[in-house]
Design a protein around this ligand. Sequence first.
Ligand code: ZN
Length: 377
Amino acid sequence: MTASRTLALTERLIGRSSVTPEDKGCQDQLIALLEPLGFRCETIVSGDVTNLWARRGTTQPVLVFAGHTDVVPTGPVEQWTSEPFLPTIRDGKLYGRGAADMKTSIAAMVVACEEFIAAHPDHQGSIAFLITSDEEGPATDGTVVVCNKLKERGEAIDYCIVGEPTSSATLGDMIKNGRRGSLSGCLTIKGVQGHIAYPQLAKNPIHLAAPALAELVAEVWDEGNEYYLPTSWQMSNVKAGTGANNVIPGDMVIDFNFRFSTASTAEGLKERVHAILDRHGLEYHLKWALSGYPFLTPRGTLSAALCEAIKAETDVDTELSTTGGTSDGRFIAQICPQVIEFGPPNASIHKIDEHVEVRFIDPLKNIYRRTLENLLK
Ligand SMILES: [Zn+2]
């Protein structure tokens, strides 16, 4: 058996303790591999964050591989079976922080390009890499900055594969063709504090809010669509009370969040929440925070190329899904018509003893290479 270049590169990347927003030289390693392949590499620094834009070719279509070199903190190191930044193989699994999220994907993308370019040096279009070290943190100096720069200079991209770990039980069983949006609200219902024995002299914000909250819980925000489950509204916290059981509190604070589909808009949801609160005659203050727009890539050229590559490599039929948290796909989708996320199984991500199964590493690289062949050969 020949040694796997993808495994070796994955191990080198895991060896860098690039806890967000640190890159710890990961991108320099990628540049050292990409430049000899003919990629023009551009380092884009914003705040504490290092980003890499690397492109080979000047024509369309442009296929972008996107990902992040930063990882989440290890948590208590003594709970790890082996050191989190010392890549270790046990029982067919490669352990280390970032093994699944997402250093294996990055290594697989680079080696897939090496193989594809060696076989097809005069391929069609362009191949690019968009790599950041600010995905697991606030995500304000990372992918969004590079996307804005590309937009500014009119550099169009056509397809983007984000290497997030999207597989579930086995490699290739799930890809993400969108993500829901996330909209949070902090609602303060105003009452009048008073003695609980003299309710006529007070105004109980809990009693005032209850019917409106019941209505918000029962509301059907949308029916979802072909790709999305219906939008969901969830309260994450409710607090009121002064600590004494003989006091009607002066106000009540409710934290809530929408995970919304492309069947709704953030503005539309806000309006409807205000309409319900107003109809109940409440006196309130409501502070909104939109942390991510939803995005959707309907079935098309990119999803077909990827699903075909997965089928050819693994014989697995792929499910398109829009579940899960937000990702950098939301920024790229603003400048790219087709964005799909695909990477290894995600059961261990962000956990103690994060790992990837070694038997998936080369097939993942082969799937990325086959996708290149399907789109740019
Ligand atoms: Zn990730």
